[in-house]
Design a binder for this molecule. Structure first.
Ligand code: BGC
Ligand code: BGC
Length: 757
């Protein structure tokens, strides 16, 4: 208290305006009154013991503060809080998927984070605030009653960074209302292999678009005072087998050309933290790669924030990868390679003890500890954690979060649904009198949500978030239509006798038979991470049978797919009249699907990934190196509208000096009967190049809204970096360069050549 009074006096002398008496209630100085952020950081760091600095480098799962076992979701337990927050001095707490306070409402979250902050403030020597981290990857998705936005893959098909930025801002507001300041998002991994259980968490397969979206997310989040995380650095999404955390073998050329740019974009937007890839690249677990974590991330990309490990991954260097003979050695390797904070979900004391020993033994330098602790403290200062009140108002949390952002969620869902086939049946005519709605997805909330919603593997049956199902959406939107429903399959049909399943299918057929048209909603039950890895991309045989039976009974059958990845459609696509990919559309998914089916919204989304015809084509992406075969069912960029567009003219300079602005003009006309959005997509590739270029690369895009008959010139600029290649022999170590020569450019069916000198 004396120190506090002295500081108060000092800051009065310096006539500095901000004096927090609240800060003084704890024993320690928080640098309040020092004018400059760096000074505040150094001031605090200078007062910390080695153990306190190491504590800052530790992040523990919140369940370790609760109940009696590591995964108890009980009330906070003071014994454990003391061990983790005081004795180990943990600087950060996270909620791993689903780790939440009982009740899970916004007010429960607020009370929980309040209690943790208060405990740390009152019981630790310096009262350093905790930075609390969550995976709010599609809204504040662990909170019951929060509005859930579509998952990233669907959102990326909107091609709209502006929309993504608004969603990030809304998410940040909800997070802050519950006392949470750190979001483990956005995912910057490129979509590469739909067998991978995290395909839906990506922003598609193109580095430019994924980078623009990541940048928008970082901006939207951080402008509200919540830290973003570019994850998972780097090369996580292209394991050889397609399965989570399996070895990846990626050339430096591929890393530079495809995988690094979205991270570079997030860093350019000022992302405050980066999470490390759990897997291995080229035989090295990324958590021990100084080359990736220091040489590339820090020295080349210029990242200055906090690097956090992924879940238990430092221990896994010993237990799974066997690159370290003990956990202690693993800690030394990871910290020395560049990991600043370790997500050690459960064993707080063990981690801090081992890292202290490593410093005493000289295997990790104090300078390295200072560097990591400094970055973490800086993050906390930047987030304002030392300045404002350390708690939030629980009732205000309910008021802010419950039911908020529904209109934005509806807009997001509309813009993330791709129409892939339509022989003219959609939109349904206003004359339609009866509609059969069948399939396991028709009346399901969990299927609209996917994983990372309420719980890690999706919402538990007894804790469903509020949402509009597709059935409800159709009933509300088309009150004049007789909407008849049958589920068409029992839950878990594979566990039931065949006759039972058949009876349910027959009931659906009966319903479909009597209606003018039928909508079959099929898809995937929620999953996350490795639990979502799949050896096949086929729909299960029950859902396939259901589609076939309904299509045979009703010639006007439309299929809606609710899924986190492209599933093979070869078995049914010719038998149905229209096909809609709804992705994982969240709270307002049902409204959006209904609006599209009935033409209240003209579909505007375009694929941001390639839709395969068969499993054997994988991995399949449009921007693979030249000579790669590309014969997808639906290509990258594809998507139908209820109107049609014609690309009439393309204008660009024939010759360009390197570095001059590369601008082109496109004349686009709406040749159909309805207003609608088109996404102008410009692709380019060098005609000749000394090393392989991508067969095509998206170099610019622009969304335009045109009335029927309207035509408009759009001007687009191509960032030069998009034409860069990595020259040199197979090592791929050289810097990206734009080479002089001839380039071919394509917009729709129009093509042009230009010359770079
Ligand atoms: C995932 C991360 C996530 C973390 C915390 C890990 O298993 O790979 O994406 O942020 O858990 O939940
Ligand atoms: C946690 C997740 C975490 C995963 C890592 C789960 O038990 O809930 O948050 O990402 O483990 O494997």
């Amino acid at each position: 208290m004396r120190a506090c009074l002295r500081r108060l006096a000092l800051s009065l002398l310096a006539t500095l305006p901000v004096i927090s008496l609240e800060g003084c209630a704890s024993e320690g100085p928080r640098g309040v009154g020092l004018p400059d952020l760096e000074e505040r950081v150094e001031n605090l760091l200078g007062r910390m013991t080695l153990a306190e600095k190491i504590g800052q480098m530790l992040q523990v799962n919140v369940t370790r503060l609760m109940g009696h076992t590591p995964w108890d979701r009980g009330p906070l337990n003071e014994v454990w809080m003391r061990r983790v927050l005081v004795e180990a001095g943990a600087g950060s707490i996270l909620s791993g998927g689903g780790a939440a306070p009982p009740g899970r409402r916004p007010q429960d979250w607020a009370r929980m984070t309040n209690a943790i902050q208060e405990f740390a403030r009152k019981n630790t020597r310096l009262g350093i605030p905790i930075v609390y981290g969550v995976d709010a990857v599609h809204g504040h998705n662990n909170v019951l009653g929060a509005t859930i936005f579509p998952h990233n893959l669907g959102l990326s098909t909107s091609w709209s960074p502006a929309l993504f930025e608004r969603i990030a801002a809304a998410t940040a507001q909800d997070m802050k209302a519950t006392g949470v300041h750190w979001n483990f998002a956005p995912v910057c991994d490129l979509a590469r292999d739909p067998r991978w259980g995290r395909f839906y968490e990506t922003l598609g397969e193109d580095p430019l678009l994924a980078g623009d979206l990541a940048m928008a997310f970082v901006r939207g989040l951080q402008a509200q005072g919540v830290a973003a995380t570019a994850k998972h650095f780097v090369g996580y999404s292209q394991p050889l087998t397609g399965f989570d955390r399996q070895p990846a073998d990626l050339s430096l050329r591929s890393l530079q050309l495809y995988h690094l740019p979205p991270f570079a974009a997030a860093i350019q937007a000022g992302v405050k933290t980066v999470m490390v890839n759990s897997g291995s690249v080229n035989g090295v677990p990324v958590h021990v790669s100084s080359y990736l974590l220091t040489e590339i991330l820090r020295n080349q990309l210029g990242f200055t924030g906090v690097v956090v490990s992924d879940w238990e991954d430092v221990r896994r260097l010993h237990t799974v990868y066997g690159v370290a003979a003990s956990y202690k050695e693993a800690i030394a390797l990871a910290i020395n390679a560049g990991v600043d904070m370790v997500m050690e979900p459960f064993h707080a004391e063990e981690f801090t003890r081992l890292l202290r020993e490593l410093v005493w033994e000289g295997r990790v330098s104090e300078a390295r500890i200072d560097e990591a602790a400094r970055r973490i403290l800086r993050l906390k200062f930047e987030l304002g954690l030392f300045d404002g009140p350390s708690t939030v108002d629980p009732l205000q949390a309910d008021a802010q979060v419950l039911g908020a952002h529904r209109e934005l969620a509806r807009q997001a869902a509309r813009e993330s649904i791709v129409l892939l086939k339509n022989d003219g049946i959609l939109p349904f005519s206003s004359e339609l009198k009866s509609l059969a709605v069948v399939g396991p997805g028709a009346d399901s909330v969990p299927m609209l949500m996917g994983g990372w919603t309420i719980d890690w593997q999706g919402p538990p049956a007894q804790e469903l978030p509020p949402a509009v199902t597709i059935l409800a959406g159709l009933r509300t939107l088309a009150p004049g239509v007789d909407v008849r429903h049958a589920r068409g399959l029992p839950p878990r049909p594979e566990l039931l006798p065949e006759e039972f399943v058949r009876r349910e299918i027959d009931r659906a057929v009966e319903v479909a038979h009597g209606a003018e048209a039928a909508v079959v909603v099929v898809g995937e039950e929620p999953y996350a991470e490795g639990m979502g890895d799949r050896e096949t991309l086929k729909l299960d045989r029950y859902q396939l049978e259901l589609i076939q039976a309904v299509a045979a009974a009703n010639p006007n059958t439309v299929v809606v797919l609710v899924a986190g990845r492209p599933l093979l459609v070869e078995a049914f696509i010719e038998k149905v009249r229209a096909f809609l990919m709804a992705h994982l559309p969240g709270t307002e998914g049902g409204t959006a699907v209904a609006e599209i089916l009935f033409g209240h919204y003209n579909p505007s989304a375009r694929l941001t990934y390639s839709w395969p015809r068969s499993l054997g084509q994988l991995p399949l992406f449009y921007n693979a190196f030249r000579t790669a075969r590309y014969e997808p069912r639906y290509p990258f960029g594809y998507g139908l509208s209820y109107t049609t567009f014609a690309y009439e003219r393309l204008e660009l300079p024939e010759k360009l000096g390197l570095g001059e602005p590369l601008k082109l003009r496109v004349l686009l006309r709406n040749t159909g009967q309805r207003a609608g959005w088109e996404v102008i997509q410009v692709y380019a590739h060098p005609v000749f190049s000394p090393v392989l270029a991508p067969r095509e690369a998206l170099v610019a895009y622009h969304r335009v809204y045109l009335e029927p008959g309207e035509q408009r010139w759009a001007e687009l600029e191509i960032p030069w970096a998009r034409l860069a290649l990595i020259p040199g022999d197979i090592l791929g170590l050289e810097e990206p360069q734009v080479l002089p020569g001839k380039y071919r450019l394509r917009v729709g069916a129009l093509q042009a050549l230009f010359h770079v000198e």
